[in-house]
Write a protein that binds this ligand. Structure first.
Ligand SMILES: Cc1cc2nc3c(=O)[nH]c(=O)nc-3n(C[C@H](O)[C@H](O)[C@H](O)COP(=O)(O)OP(=O)(O)OC[C@H]3O[C@@H](n4cnc5c(N)ncnc54)[C@H](O)[C@@H]3O)c2cc1C
Length: 335
């Protein structure tokens, strides 16, 4: 969590670190705007990171094909070139229009003051699907996790991973040299993950893979000590020793508070004009969340990139009326 002082008013606060927000962050830095970027989840990349990291994308200009996760990596590198302040793992809950042409973005942890705001919140904020088992609240954040913050945390731990998608398998493979033991349970015998990763999973002697198994309960004292898993065909139970459980069973997206911020909406999207301005002065929207008037709505990465460039250049002039709208060419600047 980054702390902000009053002097720290940002030129722009970008809500959403999906591809649109990440490209906007680069562009804002290029326009010498002091930038903050907020995302509800700790990882950047939006839908690409959460829903399809292992899929190839074929329609991003300049890349005949690129894995979603590799595109996110490059976008993040580009987005952080001018050192924006990152508020990852923070959900924007409120937008407050102050009298002095500043806007406060209130998150569940911070209050970020900015002269303009760009909403690139896509289909809404992602939150992990949670388990529904006894004692889960007692251990969430202590023994039960939905994200990996630091790999080191899992060193020498007995780890149970729940899930059968890319995230579950990637983390099993990534942590196999760190954790003391890894068990992966999945409720079916088919994994929804990259074929090569599944092969590697089954050929890793450090990882025990148990299919048709689900988590029934957890127990321990202050610390998590064990988990009961059961076979969903026979109901046969097994108790395993675990210190940590990583739950990777998908995400749900929720537009949540954005719909209550006084923005004109149309079919779960924010109405914008051709300059990506919303009905609130100083507040812009781009990407999947934006519904541009007199235009077609195309929910594509490339559309978000173009809209981000328009929004940032217009926001630049909003925050600094003497600034040119046209940014100049990046190729003419220094590297
Ligand atoms: C399976 C699949 C395959 C696809 N394949 C392609 C393809 O091949 N080519 C293509 O062009 N497009 C593809 N798309 C569409 C593409 O992924 C989207 O158009 C793109 O992700 C939109 O980017 P965005 O940055 O606008 O929004 P998102 O990617 O949705 O990112 C929005 C971010 O905002 C955050 N957020 C939302 N609300 C808040 C809040 N209140 N506070 C903080 N953070 C918030 C979210 O956590 C999220 O990280 C695909 C989509 C799917 C689901």
């Amino acid at each position: 969590m980054a702390q902000q002082t009053v002097e720290d008013t940002f030129d722009i606060c970008i809500i959403g670190a999906g591809p649109t927000g990440l490209f906007a962050s680069y562009y804002a830095g290029f326009r010498e705007m002091k930038t903050a970027i907020v995302d509800a989840i700790p990882e950047p990349g939006g839908q690409l990171a959460v829903l399809y990291p292992e899929k190839f994308i074929f329609d991003v200009p300049g890349y005949p094909q690129i894995l979603a996760r590799d595109l996110v990596k490059s976008l993040f590198e580009q987005a952080t070139k001018y050192k924006p302040v990152l508020y990852l793992g923070e959900r924007a809950t409120e937008l407050k229009i102050n009298g002095d042409r500043t806007i406060s973005v209130v998150t569940d942890k911070d209050r970020i003051m900015a002269r303009s705001v760009l909403i690139t919140a896509g289909v809404g904020s992602f939150s992990p699907n949670r388990l529904n088992i006894e004692n889960q609240e007692k251990y969430e954040g202590k023994g039960i996790f939905y994200f990996v913050g630091s790999k080191e945390f899992f060193r020498n731990k007995d780890l149970l991973i729940v899930g059968g998608g890319d995230s579950a398998i990637d983390w099993a493979l990534n942590l196999k040299s760190v954790a003391k033991s890894i068990t992966v349970i999945h409720r079916r015998d088919q994994f929804r993950a990259h074929e090569q990763s599944v092969k590697e999973l089954y050929s890793s002697p450090e990882i025990s893979v148990k299919t048709f198994m689900e988590l029934k309960s957890v127990s321990g004292d202050e610390n998590l000590k064990s988990a009961v898993i059961f076979d969903n065909r026979t109901n046969a139970e097994e108790t395993i020793s675990v210190n940590c459980i990583l739950v990777n069973i998908g995400f749900k997206a929720n537009l949540g508070p954005i719909a209550t911020w006084g923005l004109e909406m149309e079919n779960r999207a924010i109405k914008v004009n051709g300059q990506m301005e919303t009905n609130i002065p100083g507040v812009f929207a781009a990407g999947d969340i934006a519904s541009p008037e007199n235009s077609v709505k195309l929910n594509l990465i490339v559309t978000g990139f173009a809209q981000a460039a328009i929004a940032i250049n217009v926001a630049k002039r909003y925050t600094d009326p003497k600034a040119q709208l046209f940014p100049g060419h990046s190729s003419e600047g220094s590297s």
